[in-house]
Design a protein around this ligand. Structure first.
Ligand code: G6P
Length: 367
């Protein structure tokens, strides 16, 4: 049957709002709620023997991979390399025996990612693929297929595929951590509980839709927008900037908050909105101090944080968006929603073609 927009104005909007459902659907295949355990669909190799993970992807899928690097290293203590597929193919990477090569792709057909997969296979790596299209080339060629259950994604700018990728990668990181002896069963149960909270937290984030639609009027006139984040929210800053440029054609950059003073701070003035992604937690104070540096130069800050974070640092911002308080493992999923909505509504204010942005393709099947 043809996929319809229903009551939504755009496919992208519909797909943003589907996230609580499709993330829940995806998590179902990776969690055994009764045992409070993470579990992979089918696995016939020894995860505890994996000594390195090499992640390869493009676009939004690459940013999901960047988040996963933080998780794999933090929770499972497995070293991770990550590359854009187009770079990986030609940089002559060193692939040692015992490595797992992990490919992330909505379509499963992106030419550079597929070529990288075949290269790793020829080099004897175990191949895992997080893929949304189950009939795709990558799905067929992987040793370990880790499907996302986002359903067909029509909007060119990826949204629900991204959060479903994060859900799979979070479960995979937890599974690695268990197998590597880094999480005992009580800690695993706690992680499972947090993962299962993700759909409700996504819903809470979506409740800010109208507020963000109003905020888009502040962003739409800008020529440049900066996104800042730290830790696993740094890739979200990159994803926020990517979404905005893809569909609203506003120049945007994502930066690691601590790196800002090594360059982009030179761009800050009253005309540059700065979107700060900062859940309260161990990195919060550091990000806030970077935010003060922006403010001291007249930068117009939109702070996205939870109640505690906004209470502490919300004053003086041009706008704030309150996220639920979440475990660090699910923060990137939840914080994806406001950056998607901000890009979406800004594009609507500008009147661009949200679902079919100029010069972009849903799936890039040529090099
Ligand atoms: C294109 C799309 C992006 C997508 C990227 C990677 O650039 O416009 O939305 O993130 O390809 O696609 P994949 O299917 O491999 O995830």
């Amino acid at each position: 049957a043809a996929i319809e927009k229903g009551n939504y104005r755009h496919f992208m909007q519909k797909e943003i709002f589907e996230q609580p459902t499709v993330v829940a659907q995806t998590l179902q295949s990776y969690i055994r709620p009764l045992e409070q355990a993470v579990a992979l669909p089918q696995i016939d190799f020894d995860i505890s023997a994996v000594n390195r993970v090499t992640i390869v992807a493009c676009g939004t899928s690459y940013y999901a991979g960047m988040v996963a690097k933080y998780w794999f290293e933090q929770f499972a203590r497995v070293p991770v390399d990550i590359d854009f597929a187009s770079e990986f193919r030609y940089r002559e990477p060193v692939l040692e025996k015992g490595g797992l090569a992990l490919f992330i792709s909505q379509s499963g057909e992106t030419a550079d990612t597929l070529a990288a997969l075949r290269h790793c296979k020829a080099e004897g790596q175990t191949i895992a693929a997080v893929v949304n299209v189950p009939t795709s080339s990558m799905a067929r060629e992987a040793d370990l297929l880790l499907p996302t259950h986002a359903g067909p994604e029509i909007g060119v700018a990826s949204t629900k595929a991204f959060t479903c990728q994060l859900a799979v990668l979070a479960a995979l990181a937890a599974h690695f951590a268990v197998r590597k002896g880094r999480l005992n069963s009580a800690e695993e149960a706690e992680i499972v509980r947090h993962l299962l909270e993700a759909p409700a937290c996504l819903n809470a984030a979506l409740d800010h839709d109208e507020e963000i639609a109003n905020m888009a009027h502040l962003i739409a006139p800008a020529r440049d927008v900066l996104y800042l984040g730290r830790g696993s929210d740094f890739p979200l800053a990159l994803e926020g900037a990517l979404k905005l440029k893809e569909i609203s054609y506003i120049h945007a950059e994502g930066y690691a908050a601590g790196e800002m003073k090594h360059g982009p701070i030179a761009l800050i003035d009253e005309a540059v909105p700065v979107i700060v992604l900062a859940p309260s937690g161990p990195l919060f104070e550091k990000t806030v101090s970077n935010m003060q540096e922006v403010r001291a130069r007249g930068g117009q800050i939109v702070l996205i944080s939870d109640a505690a974070g906004l209470e502490e640092a919300g004053e003086g911002c041009i706008a704030t968006i309150e996220m639920p308080k979440v475990h660090p493992l699910i923060a990137p999923l939840v914080y994806a929603v406001p950056v998607q909505l901000l890009a979406y509504h800004t594009a609507c204010v500008k009147g661009t073609d949200v679902d079919q942005p100029r010069n972009l393709a849903k799936s890039v099947t040529v090099e």
